[in-house]
Design a protein. Structure first.
Length: 220
């Protein structure tokens, strides 16, 4: 059945339905996808004027735009293991200047939403050993994570309005949105400013600075 589904180029959801119609259990994915889907890569390349980062289902940063680096710092300057948002939020210092998210502004609501999303990943990829090791590591190092992981409540949305302090433009308020691509199980994270505001002007200043430094679209 799996070979036939591949031959028919069925999506993940279509493959699951295909198995169910045949009276079979859907296949269990072996591991979390760590590759960028071509369509998502093309989409991100066209969003060069805004800060965009793409994360795997384990919240490891896969790729980012030059504007992401201009706003939050260049993730390429950090080793791969430090490009995981879960480690950054629950194991790093609360005031840490980290190139993944505005970690210093991680509220309890945001953390609960992040853990709720991780529970979904845990259920979808029960055989992914790297992910299980990540959860075990953070569980051992963070009491807050242990409490949230054991709580039955569902989390709220991951995005929201964030106010950041940038060394070049000072305080800037941005809308932070998290878009999921279910069939490839990646999360596209964006920061945008309301048109016609000083925040938009500050974001434009960062774009000019990024263009002058000729920072390319990067990938981990």
């Amino acid at each position: 059945m799996a070979a036939l589904a591949r031959a028919l180029r069925l999506s993940t959801n279509e493959t699951c339905h295909f198995h169910l119609v045949a009276g079979l259990l859907p296949p269990t994915p072996q591991g979390i996808p760590q590759q960028m889907p071509p369509g998502v890569r093309r989409l991100v390349s066209r969003w060069g004027n805004i800060p965009v980062g793409v994360f795997s289902a384990s919240w490891t940063l896969l790729t980012w735009t030059a504007m992401w680096s201009a706003l939050l710092g260049d993730p390429a300057l950090r080793p791969p293991e430090e490009r995981n948002l879960v480690r950054a939020v629950f194991e790093g210092p609360s005031d840490m200047d980290h190139p993944l998210f505005s970690v210093a502004q991680s509220t309890t609501e945001f953390k609960a939403a992040l853990v709720a999303d991780l529970r979904i990943t845990h259920g979808a990829y029960p055989q992914d050993e790297d992910f299980r090791a990540l959860i075990g590591e953070v569980m051992s190092n963070s009491e807050e994570f242990r409490d949230l992981w054991s709580a039955p409540a569902l989390g709220s949305r991951l995005g929201g309005h964030k106010r950041l302090r940038h060394p070049l433009v000072g305080e800037i308020g941005l809308d932070n949105d998290v878009l999921k691509v279910p069939d490839h199980d990646v999360r596209i994270v964006t920061y945008t400013a309301e048109p016609g505001t000083p925040d938009e002007e500050k974001l434009e200043c960062l774009r000019v600075a990024a263009a002058r430094s000729a920072l390319p679209l990067s990938s981990g």
